[in-house]
Design a protein. Structure first.
Length: 316
């Protein structure tokens, strides 16, 4: 665990006009207390009363849509530094302000602590605090790998509230914590992400195996439709490939507007491999731009819907 979390040199990301730390204020009423357990019972821990670290990325002062970003790392490592380059690329290529959330990690903070932290961030964002600068209507929620699972569960937890995001972007997400699908055995060794490591990470985040279904998006999707437009990408040489595809199918079956983008020739984590792989860079650029188009379209629809009747072209 110490090795996974140790600082290491990383390729610098593109420059932006603004990159700065943000503190999401402490909550006075922890999620677990307010929701009475709910589908994903909150921790209600004392850490809910501590500010949550985040980092804001903006490409300029003009009004932008906002994306809350949830990093991957197997629930046990990763943070603001590990995905700094990706967040910078996301801000530039998708034309969005980005708020990266430094959620709590396992095993010190098992499930659902990370989900509660992201829900907390989205609820704060919904109030459009001045710290975030000028924003267009609409909010996106993005996550890669374990971050995709956390993002999905956070969106489900906010269904029916003003904090529900408008667009969801899931890149090669963990979606079936039972690790029971065919790609786990086909691609579980030799492709950069081993099934042995996956099982270890999952056990740190959900120590009680009887709860794996409760935190598996494919199972949650069967029971709870999610009315959020979703872009979901998978990689062909990835043990998580089949569960990502299955999640897209379950979402579509439940009525979610899903765009599924498979990348048959790539490996898990390709969004963070742009500095070493031209193929990963090209695929990542295309995927981030596609997400930006979905988000900007949603922002325009929200702006026009909220404009006064006599305001031309949605102006306010």
């Amino acid at each position: 665990m110490r090795r996974l979390r140790a600082p290491r040199p990383r390729e610098a990301g593109p420059g932006l006009s603004e990159v700065r730390g943000i503190e999401i204020p402490a909550r006075e009423d922890p999620i677990g207390e307010r929701r009475g357990g709910g589908t994903r019972a909150g921790t209600g821990s004392i850490t809910d009363h501590v500010p949550l670290r985040a980092r804001l990325y903006r490409s300029g002062p003009d009004a932008l849509p906002l994306t809350v970003f949830v990093h991957g790392g197997g629930f046990v490592f990763g943070g603001l530094e590990s995905h700094d380059r990706l967040c910078r690329r996301l801000a530039l290529l998708a034309g969005t302000a980005v708020l990266a959330v430094d959620y709590r990690l396992a095993p010190e903070h098992p499930a659902p602590a990370a989900v509660d932290d992201v829900m907390r961030a989205l609820e704060w964002v919904a109030s459009r605090p001045k710290e975030l600068g000028q924003l267009l209507p609409g909010t996106g929620l993005a996550g890669d790998s374990a971050g995709g699972l956390i993002a999905y569960l956070a969106a489900c937890g906010l269904a029916g509230t003003p904090a529900l995001p408008d667009v969801l972007f899931l890149a090669y997400p963990n979606a079936d914590l039972s690790l029971s699908l065919q790609s786990v055995s086909e691609k579980g060794e030799g492709w950069g992400l081993s099934v042995q490591d996956l099982a270890f990470y999952i056990a740190q985040w959900v120590p009680d195996a009887s709860l794996l279904g409760k935190f598996s998006p494919v199972e949650v999707a069967r029971a709870q439709p999610l009315p959020v437009r979703t872009l979901l990408a998978t990689a062909g040489h990835d043990p998580l490939r089949d569960e990502g595809k299955l999640l897209a199918e379950e979402l579509a079956r439940g009525g979610t507007d899903v765009e599924y983008r498979p990348h048959p020739d790539l490996v898990h984590g390709f969004l963070t491999l742009d500095a070493v792989s031209p193929a990963a860079r090209h695929a990542g650029d295309s995927l981030l731009a596609a997400y930006g188009s979905l988000l900007s379209h949603t922002a325009m629809l929200r702006r026009d819907r909220n404009a006064p009747p006599d305001a031309p072209n949605g102006a306010t």
